[in-house]
Design a protein around this ligand. Structure first.
Ligand code: S3P
Length: 197
C-alpha cells in the first residue's frame, strides 16, 4: 500500500538553466519578489534590472524620469538588459515597460526564457499602492493608468515563452507554478501558457 499517497511529491533536482530567465509583467505583478524566490530555490543568482539602472545612473528611477525623461530611461534600460542577457544563466527581473521595446523583446527571445506574470487589475492596484517610486503611476489615477497599460501591454506580454497567473495567494504557491511551468518548458521545449489569455 502506498502510505504516502496524500503527501506532496519530493522536490526534484534543481533545474539546469542554459539561458537567463527573464521575468516580465506589469508593475505590481511580483516580478522581483517571485524572481528572487525562484532564484533562491533553483540556486541561481537574481538580478533586478531596475536596481542595475539605479546603480548605473546614481539616482532613483523617479529622478531619471524627472531629470532626463522617459526616453532616456528606456535607453539605459535597454543597455542594462542587453548586458544582463549576455551574462551567465540567472533570474532577471525587468521593469514593466522593458518587454514593450521590440528590440529588447528580440534580445530576450534570442538569449533568454521569458516568463510573464499575469495579474488582475485589482491586485495590481492594491500592490502598487504599497510603494512609491513608480513615476508612470503619478500621472493620474493609478487604477485608470494600470487598466490602460493592461490594454496596451497584455497582448505583447502574451508573446512571452511562459505565462503564469500571479494571484493573491502565498508567494510559494506562485513560485511552485512558475517552477513547474519552467521545468515543462525546458524539458518539453514547449510553450507553457498556464492561463487563458
Ligand atoms: C515601469 C515599471 C517600473 C520601472 C519604471 C517604468 C513601466 O518597474 O521600470 O517605473 O513602464 O511599467 P516595475 O515593473 O518593477 O515596477
Amino acid at each position: 500500500m502506498d502510505t504516502n499517497s496524500n503527501s506532496a511529491p519530493p522536490p526534484g533536482p534543481a533545474l539546469h538553466l542554459n539561458r537567463p530567465v527573464v521575468m516580465v509583467g506589469l508593475m505590481g505583478a511580483g516580478k522581483s519578489r517571485i524572481g528572487r524566490e525562484l532564484a533562491a530555490r533553483l540556486n541561481y543568482d537574481f538580478v533586478d534590472a531596475d536596481d542595475e539602472i539605479v546603480n548605473a545612473a546614481g539616482c532613483s528611477i523617479s529622478d531619471i524620469f524627472e531629470r532626463y525623461g522617459e526616453d532616456a530611461f528606456r535607453d539605459v534600460e535597454m543597455k542594462v538588459i542587453t548586458r544582463l542577457l549576455d551574462g551567465p544563466p540567472r533570474i532577471i527581473a525587468t521593469g514593466g515597460g522593458a518587454f514593450m521595446n521590440e528590440s529588447v523583446r528580440q534580445k530576450i527571445a534570442a538569449s533568454g526564457i521569458s516568463i510573464w506574470l499575469k495579474a488582475d487589475l485589482e491586485i495590481l492596484v492594491e500592490r502598487t499602492a504599497r510603494r512609491t517610486g513608480r513615476p508612470l503611476l503619478n500621472k493620474g489615477d493609478p487604477k485608470v493608468i494600470i487598466e490602460e497599460l493592461m490594454k496596451q501591454r497584455y497582448p505583447v506580454y502574451a508573446s512571452a515563452n511562459i505565462a503564469v497567473y500571479s494571484k493573491d495567494v502565498p508567494i510559494n504557491q506562485t513560485v511552485d507554478e512558475v517552477e513547474a511551468a519552467l521545468e515543462n518548458f525546458l524539458i518539453a521545449g514547449k510553450q507553457q501558457k498556464a492561463i487563458e489569455q
